[in-house]
Design a protein around this ligand. Structure first.
Ligand SMILES: [Zn+2]
Ligand SMILES: [Zn+2]
Length: 646
């Protein structure tokens, strides 16, 4: 008998040679139906792998990431098999699972696979899958493995095998198809009920452009047709919400090849939006005791050598700027922190002055390869909502709680309701790779955990994920389409206070190093606005949206009245404009809908006579006729309901 420990800690006895599937069956019929992969003593195994020793076992279904991985990797085998039926001379290379599906890299020789071939491949794929062929692993000697692929003339597999150790080589068979593979498959092909080939692209063998170019076929598959339909609808929606598309449509930002790649240009509406976001955070920061500071966009190279950022960004980022005076070198700032450290060093502090909190919307520049650039999420110049808190070890607890409050306030006011947090602490097996004293680390890790618990965060603790200079807390938000984004980081730092020799006088009259906390609830304005666009589809919370109201006079005759209403709204700080184009009202309404303006006020003869407006809500239609002052208090109430109090 062998003892198997399950994730809940329970230990059960099974006959030697039992498989993960046997274990699933002993737990429940339902689990046995759904289990598709397993981890046995930290190795991914098949559900049919016999277990011969005591060990721990985790069973996976399609709902687990590991389950999806096995499902999609197995699908890559079936894809390769389907393609082989159409292109018998194809040379197969590798076919891994990825975040959203799988791909297979193929050398098609002179053949080409394009979109028009996808339906036939999908059809063949499903036909093969329906055969319920089992995936079976088989050990092969290096010589046999090499012989097979040399005979096929597949230099790619030969190269892969040459780098493997004899005794460590396995093939996977299913149906009449065999592939070199390490394992990690679902029980049989019949579980795959739906597939979509999503694209074909060029890819170099081993990612090296000096090598042969291959064809990469991407696909995604599911255990239910309904899941594929939902996934495709989600993709469609994601396309509509692409922040690059919305940014253009809503005239928020642009890029110019003359200005340079990855350097966003904020258009008037986008700049106004950014200003409102900055104003919103500044107001909350002021209440939370932050002081605004401002620092230049460049600094002496020496500054970044001191901070250690030169070692990190120097060679691989923008190169130093030299001046007419020989020997002078300046760097575009990659981080605001060194500047803030020098602000702290500007005067002596006593423990009574701490914590000190310096905030700056600071623009930083980092070189990214052009292939890595993506809309506003990967840029070469961006503005962080940065702040640095300098405090004593005893103040960490309180400061962490305050920063969490601020982050939650930001999320709450911008409609991010679904988020989790991660506390990154030291790798307890490798304590010597961290700087700073052990007592402070323990205090800081405990402070973060206490603060996260106290604030009711849904968080996980990740051992070994801390930076060498301090533990941190990261927030992951889920957007409206269920995609995760990392937003908001709170990082403890023992390194920079040391490097910049920061000091304060303690109650013992001795000099001590303060602890530094870096924090940025938005992360960067660019990335945050991108995420916000994709989350809201451009329908921003009412308090933030560029134009809250548009007045639509039904003809030129009512222009005057519209202007009058506009001024009344503006007096109450409601952002409004008049659509004075000589267009039909229907057209004006349609355009306002597209521009996602929350309220449309239609004015004509009756409205002018009664001193009223007819109100349409974007996406909802007519909501009735209001006296002007009634509408003002109505919209003010609506605005206030979308922004939390801090
Ligand atoms: Zn495989
Ligand atoms: Zn910093």
């Amino acid at each position: 008998m062998i003892q198997i420990t399950l994730p809940d800690g329970s230990v059960k006895e099974y006959a030697k040679g039992s498989t993960p599937m046997d274990v699933a069956k002993s737990i429940s019929e339902g689990l046995a139906r759904n289990v598709i992969s397993a981890k046995y003593n930290d190795t991914t195994v098949e559900t049919t792998t016999p277990m011969t020793q005591n060990g721990s076992l985790t069973l996976y279904t399609f709902n687990d990431d590991e389950g999806k991985k096995a499902f999609w990797h197995s699908s890559a085998h079936v894809l390769a098999q389907a393609i082989t039926t159409f292109y018998p001379d194809v040379k197969l290379t590798i076919g891994p699972a990825i975040d959203n599906g799988f791909y297979y890299d193929l050398d098609l020789g002179d053949d080409v696979i394009s979109e028009k071939d996808f339906p036939a491949i999908e059809k063949k794929f499903l036909e093969l899958a329906r055969g319920k062929h089992e995936f079976k692993m088989r050990e092969v000697s290096k010589a046999d493995a090499l012989a097979k692929y040399k005979e096929e003339g597949n230099q790619y597999k030969v190269e892969l095998i040459e780098n493997l150790t004899d005794g460590d080589i396995t093939f996977c068979d299913h149906s009449d198809f065999t592939d070199l593979c390490r394992g990690g498959h679902i029980p049989n092909t019949g579980i795959i009920k739906a597939v979509k080939i999503t694209s074909a692209a060029g890819a170099y063998w081993r990612g090296d452009e000096k090598n042969n170019q291959l064809t990469r076929i991407y696909g995604v598959s599911f255990p239910k047709q309904k899941m594929l339909t939902e996934y495709l609808a989600l993709l469609e929606e994601a396309k509509k919400r692409d922040h690059r598309k919305l940014g253009k449509e809503l005239e928020l930002f642009a890029f110019s090849s003359k200005v340079g790649q990855g350097l966003p240009l904020w258009l008037p509406k986008g700049a106004a939006l950014r200003e409102r976001l900055e104003g919103f955070l500044k107001k909350a920061q002021k209440k939370a005791g932050y002081q605004t500071v401002m620092t230049p966009h460049i600094g002496q190279k020496e500054l970044y050598v001191t901070s250690g950022h030169y070692a990190k960004y120097g060679e691989d980022s923008f190169q130093p700027i030299s001046t007419p005076k020989e020997g002078e070198e300046f760097l575009l700032k990659p981080m605001n922190c060194p500047h803030h450290c020098e602000i702290f060093n500007n005067k002596p502090y006593s423990y009574k002055d701490l914590p000190v909190r310096f905030a700056e919307f600071g623009t930083v520049y980092r070189y990214e390869q052009s292939g890595e650039l993506h809309g506003l999420t990967r840029v070469r110049g961006f503005t962080q909502d940065d702040a640095h808190i300098f405090c004593t070890p005893d103040q960490l607890d309180e400061e962490f709680k305050n920063v969490i409050d601020l982050v939650l306030y930001v999320f709450g006011s911008l409609g991010f309701e679904d988020f989790t947090a991660q506390v990154s602490i030291r790798d307890m097996q490798n304590l010597d790779k961290y700087i700073g004293n052990v007592e402070n680390w323990e205090k800081a890790e405990q402070a973060i955990i206490n603060a996260a618990t106290d604030k009711g965060l849904d968080f996980v603790i990740e051992e070994g994920e801390a930076a060498f200079y301090g533990p941190k807390l990261d927030f992951m938000v889920k957007d409206a389409l269920g995609r995760s984004w990392q937003l908001g980081t709170i990082q403890v730092d023992y390194n920079l206070p040391e490097r910049f020799e920061l000091q304060y006088k303690g109650s013992d009259n001795q000099l001590h190093r303060p602890i530094m906390i870096h924090r940025a609830p938005f992360g960067s304005m660019e990335r945050f606005i991108a995420v916000l666009l994709e989350h809201t589809g451009g329908k921003f919370p009412l308090w933030l949206t560029p134009e809250q109201v548009i007045l639509l006079p039904i003809s030129e005759k009512y222009q005057k009245y519209a202007e009058k209403v506009l001024h009344l709204l503006e007096n109450d700080e409601i952002r409004a404009l008049v659509d004075d184009r000589n267009e039909k009202t229907g057209r004006k309404i349609r355009d306002a809908e597209v521009n996602k303006i929350p309220f449309m006020l239609i004015v004509g003869e009756q409205e002018e006579k009664d001193g009223t407006v007819s109100v349409r809500k974007q996406g909802e239609g007519d909501i009735g006729t209001f006296k002007i002052d009634e509408f003002v208090s109505f919209i003010q109430k609506e605005i206030n309901s979308t922004i939390k109090q801090f």
